[in-house]
Every structure is written in structure tokens, then in C-alpha cells.
Write a protein of this length. Structure first.
Length: 753
């Protein structure tokens, strides 16, 4: 790894064994992008890559040069208005109304490791030799504005982390109306664009289309990253697929409004922009003021989409997530939400917990409804004091009872919200985001607290701190159940209202930081009506997130499959719930619900007392299975094998670091009669090792699949000719062997020799 600087040519070459990222100071002083991709050797002069060709109708920078137009030059941080016509990375309005800027190279510095981004989540290093950071200093002299572009190259993996910082060194007030984290100009447009979109209960489903001339983008203006579009994007070079080919992933470490965009011009070059959504954003930079953008992470691979995902997984698991729980196996939990909703008493909770404990579950999570006068969605949010009618001895009493029973105890909060029917709102009606004189739109009968205000964040911290320090709480589920509307803060002046969305998120990060610092052993799980804020920003504080409110196994396979393109398995909250399912009314076998939920943090979301004895016995086995394999699942190498978006079956697998152990999850939506032959090619095994394959499947009894797949197979057989998954089920007289929504787990263990 290293940063090679050619002072004669003003060229910077960031590289490790996998990638090269090369940029240069352009003749007009701005920064030009020369190359990003597979590692190439360094050379004295890369200037031939500039490709300045005189083109008709071009607007040009220099009187003497008809070929030098910023419109045709690939840049590091393009600005609009001085011969570049593409959407810009930054826009600054000066006091005289001018919007033209010109950021010219001034200096650079190289730092070992990676500096922190103040107030923001970001990837980090533990040792200095894990990464190196280049900070390029640019200046717009007329505006008195310094711009620092920060690039970190990691020693391992095709990873570049980027961000930008603006420093007002002049004497005028500046208005920053666009400040992207990342601008990357690529020399062609030969890519498929993959975005991860959906809605509540069907989050992060991959949508693929060819990159075309014009602008394509996804983003959020909801105040949170959203169920609708994830701040993650892949450009894939056809015919790349799961196991081979080139792809670039772009991920924004941020939880608020974002934009991820590709602009393909009519010369087929592509500009990627990623950062805070410019709509409604405006940051006032007073003399001496600074603005730091969130971080964007770029990953390049020439080894297919699984390798791309694995690079993100490793980085986000080890160098974005932090704290006590980062490397620890996650507790198997039971959550009472779908078991009781708001209808519970302490005795009922204890009854649910007792059965779960008997089945081996380790942690009981008390969800919504334990505080204030919260008996429905209409009241109580903001009053983080235990409801003494339901919990006579408060949270401390209940938590102690759980501990006495041998269960850890966890608690739900929705810190950013308030119901109008609450003591908090009655005391501080001006603490919510609302536009003066306008309607106050609600979501789920609640308002959004103005987290851009320090006193609001401090007040909520005080209440949560009291509960968490007064009781044995080991886990917190931090929920967020509505998007922001009427985004206006009563505490900020008119010329700072464009800052509210971002200041709000900074307030959320601030509260997370305070709480995780104060309670370092508490496991935090983030949630936003399921997966409405499943983003890298949250993972910095909470190493796991509730993936979706949809707990139906068939839907969950899709959601978890889509989520896995960027996010590690250890981050995906996944539970077994009751059948028929509460979101879809679909009944799936208990084993399929577990076989899906294993590939995450695992837990239950139902009252186990309501299951039959046979089902309870199954639950015990499931918990044992998960305890045995959770290290492999949560910290192994994950491969997607067959997409649920492409057909009737889906499959994925995890492989241990030493490749001696693996688990394969296989899922089928509908069963058929007399079905075709099928094989599943595995990945990541050692071709020379002999593996014992055991099937935990659907068959009550019967031939075929178990016999063909089970037994001893070499890694090369399993990867190159495949695992036989043919299903002879549902013939005329075979009896009931398989069914709709069936699934299997294959357990692979290398033979000891
Ligand atoms: C959200 C969460 C659920 C549950 C409810 C409680 O919808 O996603 O898991 O916590 O809130 O109100």
C-alpha cells in the first residue's frame, strides 16, 4: 500500500495490491481524475490520460487552447459554471450572489492511518499501517474558501474512502448549497447500474438497468436514509456476475437525506456523485467556519459481486462497527412486539420469557409500550419513565426478574419522537420540527423532536441515562418510526434553516455517541419501522439493525439477500415469527422461518407458549444449532449463490476463514410435481479438501435429495459440478415430503486427515 507522489508532474497515485487511484493537478489548477481501477504499475508520466481534444461548441478555459474545456476533463471535484456543464460536487454562493468557483491546488499532506471525522461516523483504523490518508488542499482565492479533499487507501481490499471539508478563511459569509462526499469521473459508461430500493416491509431489492446518457439517481428527502432507496450503488461491467468480473460499489456513511447519482454525458463519460442531497440543503459558512461532509466509500473488484460484498462486509464489520459487541457472537433474543403488541402485563412478559429461556434463548427484549401513558400509538412517546400500572417495580424490577431467571434484558426506545399526548410535548411544544404557521403533519400520530437543538438531545439523553443506569439493561433497540416533514427549527435563524436536516442527524449521532460511551457493554440495535435507516452511518454506533418489519420467511430471503450486497450478516436483525405471518398472512414451515433467520443475528418474535410441544422441541434444536454455528454465520465469508429475484429457488452460503466449515441455505418458494434436475454450484471452498455434507432438510422420509447430496465430496466437485439439490418430491405416491416455502441447510465439514 502507498501513496506515490510525483512532485514534478503533480500526480498522486494511491495504490495497494488490488487498486490504483490516480489524480493530477490540471493546468488550470483544479484536480483531474486520471484512473481508478485494477492496480497498474506507477509511471513517470500519466498525462496522456487527460485526452484534451478540441471539440466544436466547446467553451474553453485558456485563450490559447481550444482543446482545454472542463466539460471534457475528468475531475476530482467538479464545479459548475466555468466550462463544466455537469452537475457539480460543490456549489458556493458568495455575498455578491456569485455562484462560480474555482478550487485550485495549494498543498497536500499524507497521514498514516485515518483521521476521525468530527461528529460523523466513518471507517477507522486500529493500527497506523492499516491505511494511509492523503489530504489535498485547494483554494478558491476570491471566495477565501479552502477545500480539503481527503482520500484514504486501505492496505487490504480495493477500498478508497473519501470526504471533503470546507474552511472559510476569508472575510465574507458564504452559503454552501452543494457539498458532495464523492465525485468520480469515469472514462466510459459501459456499466449496469444496480440500486437497492423498496418500501416498508420490502426493503433493499436490487434493481438493475443499463447506464444511459442522462442522469440516473436515487436518493432520500425523508430525513433518514429510508426504506425506499439505500445509500448504496453498484456499477457492474457486463458480463460480471456473482463470481467474476468487474464492479465498483459506492456507499455513503450517512443516515440522512442523500443523493447517489450517475450522469452520463453525450461523450459517454460518467460522473458519479454521492453525498448529502443538495435539495433543501444550505450551510452558512461564516468567516472561520468549517463544514465536513460525510464519508463515501468506494470499493473496486475484478472478482465479481460476491467479492465486492465481502470487501464491504469485512470493512464494515471490523472497521466501521465498533465497541464491545463488534467481534462477539450476538445473543439469541426474544422480542415481545409481535407476541403482544401493546397488550401486556409484567406477568405475561415473564411467562413469554420463561418459555424462551427454557428453549435456550438468552435475551428478552421489551418492545414498545412500557413507558409513560403508552397504551397505543396515540400517546406516551417522549416520556421515558416506566408505566407503573404495567410494571409495578419499574424497569429495574422487571430487568432483575429476568436476570434472576437467567435471561438478559433489553429495552425499546424511540428517542427522536414525541406524541402530542405526552408530558414532554405539553412541557415543550416548541421542541418539535415544524414550520411556523403551517400544518404539523404527523406520522403514526407522532412528531419529530428537533434534534438540531442541543438541549433536546441532552434532555433525551438524561431520561435514557436514568433508565439504563438504574436497571440491568444489556440491549437497546433504538427505533425511528416516521419521516421528517415541515423541517424547520424554532431555534435557528432564517439563514440557517437549510442546515436543519443535517444538524438533526448530527444530533442523532451525538446522542448515540453519548449513550454508547456511557454504556459500552450495551448492545445497540437500530431500527426505523424495520429497515428505514439500514445504513453504514448507523452501523458505526449500533452493530446490528432490524432488517425489516416483514418477518415472513419468503420475503425475508429477498430482503436479506438484497441487504447482503453491502451489509454484513452480523448486522442483520432476523427473527422467527408466528404463522400465519402478521404482515402477509402466509404460513411457512417453522424450519424455513429459522433457516432464513439463522443468516443474521437470530431471535424470536412470538409467544413460544402458543406453539405445540413438537414445535417447541424444534425451537430448542434451532437455538442449539444457532449457538453452535453463529460464529461461522456472523463472522464467516458470505456468498450469494442463487437470487430469489430470478426464480423459484434461492441459495447462499457462509464459509469459515480456514475453509474447513461451511453452511448452505437453500430456499424454494413453490413446490412442483416431478421437477427437473437441479445442482447448486458452491463457492469459497478449498478444492482439494474432502467435505462431509449433511442435509438438514424437509423430508420426513424419502430418497433422492438427501442421498445424492449427503456424504463425502471434494471441494472441487461441490464448486465445479455442484451440489445435487434435485428434488424427487410430490410424486403421485411419495407421500408428503416437501411443500411450498420449503428450505434446507447443508452443513459442510472438512474431513480430518
Ligand atoms: C416499529 C418497529 C417494530 C416495533 C414497532 C413498535 O414498527 O420496526 O419492530 O418495534 O415499531 O412500535
Amino acid at each position: 500500500m502507498g501513496i506515490i507522489i510525483n512532485n514534478k508532474k503533480d500526480t498522486f497515485h494511491l495504490c495497494n495490491q488490488e487498486i490504483s487511484y490516480i489524480m493530477t493537478v490540471l493546468p488550470n489548477g483544479q484536480m483531474g481524475q486520471l484512473y481508478f481501477g485494477k492496480r497498474i504499475r506507477d509511471r513517470e508520466d500519466f498525462s496522456y490520460l487527460l485526452e484534451t481534444i478540441g471539440r466544436p461548441m466547446a467553451s474553453c478555459v485558456f485563450d490559447t487552447d481550444k482543446a482545454y474545456s472542463m466539460e471534457h476533463i475528468k475531475q476530482e471535484y467538479g464545479v459548475f459554471g466555468a466550462t463544466d456543464y455537469r452537475m457539480p460536487a460543490a456549489e458556493v454562493i458568495q455575498e455578491n450572489g456569485n455562484r462560480v468557483s474555482e478550487f485550485c491546488f495549494r498543498d497536500y499532506r499524507v497521514e498514516p492511518g485515518k483521521p476521525k471525522l468530527p461528529g460523523l461516523p466513518a471507517t477507522y483504523t486500529e493500527k497506523e499501517d492499516e491505511a494511509e490518508t492523503l489530504v489535498i488542499g485547494l483554494e478558491d482565492e476570491r471566495a477565501g474558501l479552502r477545500l480539503e479533499l481527503m482520500y484514504t487507501v486501505f492496505a487490504k481490499g480495493g477500498i478508497i474512502a473519501r470526504s471533503a471539508r470546507f474552511l472559510n478563511r476569508g472575510e465574507q459569509n458564504l452559503r454552501l448549497t452543494t457539498a458532495m462526499s464523492l465525485c468520480l469521473d469515469l472514462p466510459d459508461s459501459g456499466y449496469d447500474w444496480i440500486q437497492f430500493s423498496g418500501a416498508w416491509a420490502r426493503e433493499r431489492q436490487p434493481k438493475v438497468r443499463r447506464l444511459e446518457q442522462g442522469i440516473q439517481s436515487v436518493g432520500s428527502l425523508r430525513g433518514h436514509s429510508s426504506h425506499n432507496h439505500n445509500p448504496f450503488l453498484i456499477l457492474k461491467r457486463p458480463p460480471a456476475d456473482g463470481s467474476q468480473g468487474e464492479a465498483v460499489g459506492f456507499s455513503l456513511v450517512y443516515s440522512g437525506n442523500f443523493l447517489a447519482q450517475a450522469e452520463v454525458d453525450t461523450y459517454d463519460t460518467t460522473r458519479i456523485l454521492m453525498g448529502i442531497h443538495p435539495h433543501g440543503f444550505e450551510w452558512k459558512l461564516e468567516p472561520g467556519g468549517e463544514f465536513q461532509t460525510p464519508e463515501a466509500v468506494i470499493v473496486y473488484t475484478d472478482r465479481g459481486l460476491n467479492h465486492l460484498s465481502q470487501t464491504f462486509h469485512r470493512l464494515y464489520r471490523k472497521r466501521l462497527a465498533r465497541g464491545y459487541w463488534r467481534d462477539r457472537e450476538r445473543p439469541i433474543l426474544i422480542n415481545n412486539w409481535e407476541a403482544t403488541y401493546f397488550d401486556f402485563t409484567e406477568d405475561k412478559l415473564l411467562e413469554i420469557a420463561e418459555k424462551a429461556r427454557e428453549c435456550g434463548v438468552e435475551l428478552f427484549v421489551l418492545d414498545d409500550g412500557w413507558f409513560g401513558r403508552r397504551s397505543s400509538e396515540h400517546s406516551g412517546l417522549g416520556d421515558w419513565i416506566a408505566n407503573s400500572e404495567r410494571l409495578p417495580d419499574g424497569i429495574a424490577g422487571l430487568a432483575q426478574r429476568m436476570e434472576d431467571m437467567g435471561m438478559k434484558f433489553g429495552l425499546w426506545f424511540e428517542p427522536e419522537m414525541v406524541n402530542p399526548d405526552s408530558d414532554l410535548y405539553r412541557a415543550h411544544p416548541d421542541w418539535i420540527l415544524s414550520a411556523p404557521g403551517y400544518r404539523r403533519s404527523h406520522g403514526r400520530y407522532q412528531y419529530v423532536l428537533d434534534f438540531s437543538r442541543r438541549e433536546v438531545v441532552d434532555h433525551i439523553f438524561g431520561m435514557m441515562e436514568k433508565i439504563l443506569s438504574g436497571a440491568k439493561v444489556s440491549y437497546v433497540k433504538w427505533d425511528m418510526n416516521r419521516s421528517i416533514t415541515e423541517c424547520y427549527s424554532a431555534a435557528l435563524p432564517a439563514d440557517r434553516q437549510g442546515e436543519v436536516y443535517h444538524r438533526y442527524i448530527l444530533g442523532v449521532y451525538d446522542l448515540y455517541e453519548k449513550l454508547t460511551e456511557r454504556f459500552p457493554h450495551v448492545l445497540f440495535e437500530s431500527c426505523a419501522s424495520g429497515g428505514g435507516r439500514f445504513d453504514p452511518g448507523m452501523l458505526y454506533y449500533a452493530p446490528q439493525a432490524w432488517t425489516s418489519d416483514d418477518t415472513d420467511a419468503v420475503e425475508r430471503v429477498k430482503i436479506q439477500y438484497g441487504t447482503s450486497y453491502c451489509y454484513p450478516i452480523s448486522s442483520m436483525g432476523s427473527h422467527v415469527s408466528i404463522a400465519p405471518n402478521h404482515q402477509l398472512n402466509r404460513s411457512t414451515p417453522l424450519r424455513t422461518r429459522a433457516n432464513t433467520a439463522y443468516f443474521g443475528t437470530f431471535g424470536y418474535e412470538l409467544n413460544l407458549n402458543l406453539l405445540s410441544e413438537g414445535e417447541q422441541a424444534q425451537v430448542k434444536e434451532q437455538v442449539c444449532f444457532m449457538k453452535k454455528y453463529r460464529r461461522l454465520i456472523q463472522f464467516g465469508t458470505f456468498y450469494r449463490l442463487q437470487s430469489p429475484f430470478d426464480g423459484n429457488t434461492a441459495a447462499w452460503m457462509v464459509v469459515s476463514g480456514d475453509r474447513r466449515e461451511a453452511l448452505v441455505g437453500w430456499y424454494r418458494t413453490l413446490v412442483g410435481v416431478n421437477m427437473p434436475y437441479t445442482r447448486l454450484r458452491l463457492q469459497g471452498l478449498d478444492p482439494g479438501l474432502e467435505y462431509h455434507v449433511e442435509v438438514q432438510g424437509s423430508y420426513v422420509e424419502g430418497p433422492s435429495v438427501h442421498e445424492a447430496a449427503a456424504g463425502m465430496h471434494y471441494g472441487d466437485e461441490l464448486m465445479y459440478l455442484g451440489l445435487i439439490t434435485t428434488d424427487g418430491s410430490s410424486g403421485e405416491n411419495e407421500g408428503l415430503q416437501s411443500c411450498d416455502f420449503d428450505s434446507r441447510i447443508y452443513i459442510l465439514k472438512a474431513n480430518d486427515r
